[in-house]
Design a protein around this ligand. Structure first.
Ligand code: PLP
Length: 361
């Protein structure tokens, strides 16, 4: 079996894979309705959210569908969005706003840079008509975990709604929906939740779903439409039934394993092992551990290797690492801890890295 060290799709546990074989199901039957409602409840339970105030809205599509649904459905006609960019996914949030003709500004940073809080406050002072702020929690481009405690405080002081891309952190990093004053987050089944690709979701504060000056910008990704129908047990469009089976099982497994905190601690042990052992081999991390998620870290390529050479040699021995994007493609590789991966898998991976690079030393 190939061990996937890319940030999703992930290695599945046997019980999640077997869930894909459950009976064929029509999405207009009561069995589907129950399955969907159970998933919606369990998604809220991951971070202890009350269904009275919060809704989990299930979509069929990858994580980007959830990002696009969140931005297009929650920024009203007279709203103005500020997007914080410090990687590929922040820049994707801007692209979404741009394509849909949403009025927006960006606070751009180089990939991997820390959010410039002083610059942010100045920009907000100069633009007091900003109503929404969108940011990526874990920037998978570099492994940086953006500080939402700080951003939440700033937004709450100014009555700005906080929209979070939590696609690669939901289920493994801390998300304080209430104390950070979050309005919504977008996430997916096939990253830290260990489901299969095909299902993504937005968790949204119910009060944000029906602003009076709202406009429906898309047919397929309109969250208000989905929420209305899902609250009644329905769905506006065909959902990925088998991916729902897998997500329900993955959420059950997460709960039995101790929830997001237990997953955080498992990932943390794996990523620390990777950082320490790679450093001992002379392979340096891109960012300090204190700024990084436990979900993915980026490392400079070992001397003498192109990414392709390094990748291919590891793949031949059963491990898939992940390339850097854009200008980082030539200098870094990424290792993700998400998925059904055991410590012994990581130990084997590190032994193989050692044997691969030692040839050149
Ligand atoms: C993976 C990811 C996405 C979504 O990517 P898809 O390929 O559409 O699933 C969005 N944001 C972040 C931070 C991600 O890591």
């Amino acid at each position: 079996m190939m061990i996937l060290l890319n940030p999703g799709p992930v290695n599945l546990s046997d019980r999640v894979r077997n869930a894909l074989l459950r009976p064929d199901l029509c999405h207009r039957e009561v069995e589907f309705s129950q399955l969907q409602s159970k998933i919606r409840e369990k998604l809220l339970q991951v971070y202890n959210l009350q269904g009275e105030h919060w809704a989990a809205i299930l979509l069929t599509g990858s994580g980007t569908a959830a990002m696009e649904a969140m931005i297009t459905s929650l920024v009203p006609k007279n709203g103005k969005l500020l997007v914080l960019e410090n990687g590929v996914y922040g820049e994707r949030l801007s692209k979404i706003a741009n394509i849909h003709g949403i009025e927006y500004l960006t606070l751009h940073h180089p990939w991997g840079a820390q959010i410039d809080i002083k610059g942010l406050v100045t920009l907000l002072d100069e633009n007091d008509d900003i109503t929404h702020l969108a940011v990526v929690h874990h920037e998978t481009t570099t492994g940086r975990l953006n500080n939402l405690t700080q951003l939440g405080t700033i937004c709450q002081k100014r009555n700005i709604q906080l929209l979070v891309d939590a696609v690669s952190s939901f289920g493994a990093e801390e998300l304080n929906f209430e104390s950070w004053g979050m309005t919504a987050c977008a996430a997916t089944a096939n990253k830290c939740l260990h489901g299969v690709p095909g299902t993504s979701f937005v968790i949204v504060r119910r009060s944000a779903l029906a602003p009076t000056d709202t406009i429906q910008r898309t047919l397929y990704l309109d969250l208000a439409t989905y929420c209305q129908q899902q609250d009644k047990g329905g769905t506006p469009f065909t959902q990925s039934v088998q991916a729902f089976y897998a997500l329900a099982e993955a959420l059950q497994e997460l709960e039995e394993q101790g929830g997001w905190r237990a997953r955080h601690s498992h990932y943390s042990q794996l990523v620390n092992l990777v950082r320490n052992e790679l450093l001992a081999m002379g392979i340096e991390p891109l960012l300090p551990a204190t700024n990084s998620s436990v979900v993915l870290n980026a490392f400079y390529l070992p001397k003498g290797f192109s990414y392709d050479e390094f990748h291919d040699q590891l793949k031949a021995q059963g491990f898939v690492i992940y390339a850097g994007q854009g200008t980082l493609a030539k200098s870094i590789f990424r290792v993700s801890t998400m998925g059904a991966i055991a410590r012994t898998d990581i130990e084997r991976f590190l032994a193989i890295v050692k044997s691969v690079i030692i040839v050149l030393l």
